[in-house]
Design a protein around this ligand. Sequence first.
Ligand SMILES: Nc1ncnc2c1ncn2[C@@H]1O[C@H](COP(=O)(O)OP(=O)(O)OP(=O)(O)O)[C@@H](O)[C@H]1O
Length: 859
Amino acid sequence: MQQYNQVKAKYPGVLLLFRVGDFYETFGEDAIKASGILGIVLTKRANGSASHVELAGFPHHSLDTYLPKLVRAGQRVAICDQLEDPKMTKTIVKRGVTEVVTPGVAYSDHLLRHTSNNYLAALHFGKNATGVAFLDISTGEFLAAEGDNAYIDKLLQSFKPSEVIFQRKKGKDFLQLFGDGFYTYFLDDWVFGEDYAREALLNHFNTHSLKGFGIDGLENCITAAGACLHYIRENQHTTIPHISSLARIAEEKYVWLDRFTIRNLELVSSQAEGAKTLRDVLDDTCTPMGARMLTRWILMPLKGREALEERLRIVEYFCRDEQLRSGLRNCVKQIGDLERLISKIALQKASPREVAQLGRDLQAVDEIIRICRESDYAELRQAGEELDPCKALVEKISRELHPDAPAQLNKGNVIASGVSEELDELRTISHGGKDYLVKLQRAESERTGISSLKVSFNNVFGYYLEVTHAHKDKVPPEWIRKQTLVNAERYITPELKEYEEKILGAEEKIMQLESRLFAELLQGITGFIKPVQKNAGLVSRLDVLLGFACLAIKNNYVVPEITDENLIEISEGRHPVIEQTLDPGEEYIPNDIRLNAEEEQVLIITGPNMAGKSAILRQTGLIVLMSQIGSFVPARRAKIGLVDKIFTRVGASDNLSSGESTFMVEMNETASILNNISERSLILLDEIGRGTSTYDGISIAWSIAEYIHNHPSARARTLFATHYHELNEMAAGLPRVRNYNVSIREVGNKVIFLRKLVPGGSEHSFGIHVARMAGMPQLILERANEILRRLEKERSSGNSLKNGIGRATAKENYQLSMFSLDDPVLISIRDSLRDLDVNSLTPVDALLKLDTICKLLND
Ligand SMILES: Nc1ncnc2c1ncn2[C@@H]1O[C@H](COP(=O)(O)OP(=O)(O)OP(=O)(O)O)[C@@H](O)[C@H]1O
């Protein structure tokens, strides 16, 4: 316990798994926590003079099962191992922490999601800007940036780090700026010193300056990156050669998507649990690393035309050439998670079977190289040149690794024969022990002429030679007599003892030797980290682009035409996610959208509830975004003028958890757009203004649309969906505003949704029709219709809306309180009263009626 307490003191706030023999044990508070999280038994044991200490543990081989549960429950876990073989020491075995696992610093397959990165983020709040760095120890990616807090917020939303570290005293600032959706951890202030950070980076990368990484001079960026390195070192990850480079996130390269847009367009997570996201629909990749790259692409669409057109061209080749596509896809399929595999090797945590997989992955890469080089397409030939078959590495693995390498190191057959003479000999001894003894027996028998010589074994003195008394004289002098029996004597020889030692220790030695040789093999592979990482990147890219091609064929997407003109022209566009989730038999109705800075800059889209206004807005945003990640798009034709920012705002989204009123949230979100509009922005506003009273709402919506239209320096392409058909009047005064509506057909009392966007405004909202579809009580519907008719009449006669509502409701409120109930008894009472002619009713009839009503009520 003394030793435990010493280790524990070094890792405050960390749950310590303390290896004791075959178990990992937890004590005290840790044990109470662990037993609660893991559902393992909590016991108590005597603790010297102290009364008792709580104890909970699990077998060491279950670490992979229990560790992820602890980390997912938000624990930081230190693994304290035995650092020496207990057999080799007579005192207490040496122990030390070999690894601290936290949500943001993990590499185990059991802890990671295959399709997403697991970033640790470090933030540094500087004087003029904030620096941020993202590090995924499981893949080696290391990125940094600096900017204002809106930019940092956007990056945090895109990268979704599993853990964010920053200065101890900045907790409140962080919460205010970025919300409570992150797992956070504080470090001491001194870690965030620029000089310290620079030094750490220079040492790690072994360079003289940070210029090559594009962050020289960006002091906050450097500080944040340095803090990341410091933190993972502190967590005992000291062998990290796979973190081989640091890249600045080039803000100017990527389309700006802020947190609301990422959320509203449901790019990677959906608002309704289990609903599909764009990522789900676009993911037709074959490898986890491809899936992760796709996520990054979706969150960071490109602004550069050239890079996009290159991606689109490659997808086009793949669409055209079935043989090429399936040939490459078969190879890519064979490659597993090369990116995480090479990281594990760098961290010296890979298993023998994983190294064998690396060999196979590289052979598949070699095949990809062959296909690319033979292809007719320049871009693919280029990729073929850039890929590195790492022949020397493949040879090294096949030469040194056993062909049936196991998943665990201590199972034997890790290293191939022919690598180490000592190992081969040990294996011969272990496998062929008997053969050796037979040989030895024969040789000694011939040498000495003792024909009945026998080699045997007992537990007292191990292997011995047995000679019957008849041959006693022939025993050579160097044999040592150990035992005399009635008719025989037993001897040992130095050779036999030497062999005995070998045979008995062979298994153990094999394990030790294989561990050493395997560690050397892993070490040897570290020299190939960079080319393997490059291969992983190129294969992931091919994987995503092949996936795009397969999707394009499967879902009937077309190649978008990318242009620098400030326009968007989509014919027969569809919503990529809704069209995949419609019930069988339903078909998505395509729609055309034309937006351009010259004539049709702001489209006001009205239409009844449920008509499909939001779907049109979102599908436009998604089609633009898909084009700008290099994917084909769900449309018959699409011409996309490059966009540099996509803003999406939805009116009155609920944000109760943050304690702000919905309207306040709506206005906050909208304000941030209006302050950031650029010439190439695409703005999608969905019922902005609906979170307040009708008049306020209309006024705000109107002035926002007007502001966007009249912006002096930017003609941002804008779609504005609204229920306020009053906004249609704007088109008369503003030349680049156009009215559209999503059409419906009224048949009798019913509404049929045609889901077609057509020019022109609309007259009313049909909210009551939707209420009927939702099963609202008939009485309410009738009453609502009545009020609506009155309001519309009064409005057209020039009365104010406010007066209208006041007058319409004041008188009838009393009756409503009774008849708005949807009770069948009340309905029949009402009906019977309604038909009465009070003027001709006799007093007796009136009494009889009253009696009927009382009976109805009493039944
Ligand atoms: N073009 C379409 N083809 C087929 N189904 C569609 C289409 N557009 C929308 N839908 C379906 O109609 C539903 C309602 O669409 P949407 O949410 O866009 O309506 P809305 O006009 O924005 O309604 P509200 O004003 O009530 O928010 C969608 O969930 C979708 O399932």
